[in-house]
Design a protein around this ligand. Structure first.
Ligand code: FE2
Length: 386
């Protein structure tokens, strides 16, 4: 399709954002993101990092003390966001294999549903590869049913039915009481989670979300929209019916040098989650707090702000304050959004976070892609991977 430069063009295409509510089918009603689980090399230390740097709170724990023999999981929470960090306690096995191949990374994007058995049946009947058959887990606080399917790479979706459970996180976990409780930084919920897939694979995975999960495509960007002197990518955004779950899917496109998506695929050894976008309702406060606690953000040149108001029109925030904090702004016809991206939070140049505040805009900041990608290219050049 033709290049889309702004949301006006977007609304004029068949992919208009409003169409989603007609298109997304209801055979898989999703209430929200339930949790995101990362397989990591050292869950205890990762948990300390996400508490300190991102302001997550200690929520739940499972390990030797709760009767597990082979792994340990720390559950962290901030408002509606739940992160689970899991490390193997034994040699070999699926968790170690995942960490060996991919480094630390997202294994599970868990989705909160009314009926995990039906979610499994509806998606596998449409061709999803099963990961976990519907399984009932229970303790004195009730029961949870979970089931799961594979998505891109080794990433999986787990469906969580928790309406009959009132305990901490899941059966088998105990409340994690810690004397170390850094304040939250104002992160509220997961706005979207982006997957990087291989050359020519974007359509396949968008079809997966459309046909198997009943999602609708809301936005498409071609390499005309998203290219700099060196790198290019293509992206489509898939959303479920109520819009609470949004999964942009990226694939690399030909550029003069290696694109950021290829760099990701090389280091992750395949497709996986590229970034988790977390929403705040005060991005200046959130970003300031994260920086003070050691989070590194991508650097945007000050010239970005020179013609900012001409590009985005009137905004509530003081441009000087946004400039001081390196926050990016983009407008679409419904409003505007403020956003900022961290550098990769892991050893490999793979996953990073986005902090986003929406003021009406429902798009993803396409107007910032060029400035952003140039910032990423500077980082790639430093790593010798451009
Ligand atoms: Fe994003």
């Amino acid at each position: 399709m033709a290049g889309i430069k702004n949301l006006q063009d977007l609304q004029n295409t068949e992919y208009g954002i409003k169409k989603i509510f007609n298109d997304a089918e209801d055979f898989l009603p999703i209430l929200g993101t339930d949790y995101v689980e990362l397989y990591v090399g050292n869950a205890k230390q990762s948990a300390h990092f996400y508490k300190t740097a991102f302001g997550f709170q200690s929520e739940a724990y499972a390990g030797l003390e709760t009767g597990l023999k082979d792994r340990v999981s720390y559950v962290l929470k901030q408002d509606k966001i739940r992160l689970v960090l899991t490390t193997s306690l034994v040699q070999d096995g699926a968790i170690n294999k995942h960490v060996n191949e991919h480094g630390d990374g997202v294994k599970v994007i868990a989705l909160w549903v009314e009926d995990a058995t039906k979610a499994f049946e509806e998606t596998t009947k449409r061709g999803a590869k099963p990961y976990l058959k519907p399984t009932k887990e229970e303790d004195e606080d009730g029961f949870v049913i979970r089931s799961g399917i594979y998505t891109y790479g080794e990433t999986v979706h787990i469906f969580v039915e928790r309406k009959n459970y009132k305990g901490t996180f899941l059966p088998g976990y105990k409340k994690w009481e810690s004397h170390y409780n850094p304040k939250p930084v104002g992160l509220k919920f997961i706005d979207h989670m982006v997957g990087n897939v291989g050359w020519g694979q974007m359509k396949k995975w968008c079809d997966f979300y459309a046909k198997i999960m009943g999602f609708a495509q809301i936005i498409s960007f071609t390499d005309d929209d998203i290219s700099t002197e060196y790198t290019a990518l293509m992206s489509k955004v898939m959303s479920n019916g109520n819009g609470r779950i949004k999964f942009p899917i990226n694939e690399p496109a030909e550029g003069k040098k290696k694109s950021q998506i290829e760099e990701y695929l090389d280091f992750y050894n395949g497709p996986g989650v590229q970034h988790i976008a977390v929403a705040t309702n005060d991005i200046v406060r959130t970003v300031k707090a994260m920086r003070e606690r050691g989070v590194e953000f991508l650097y945007v040149p000050e010239t970005y702000y020179d013609d900012l108001l001409e590009r985005v029109g009137k905004i509530d925030e003081d441009v000087e304050v946004l400039k001081e904090n390196g926050i990016l702004i983009d407008r679409d016809e419904e409003g505007y959004l403020l956003q900022l991206f961290t550098k990769p939070v892991l050893d490999r140049p793979t996953m990073f976070f986005e902090v986003i505040q929406r003021k009406g805009a429902q798009s993803f900041g396409v107007g910032n892609f060029k400035a952003l990608f140039e910032a990423i290219e500077r980082e790639q050049a430093n790593r010798g991977t451009l």
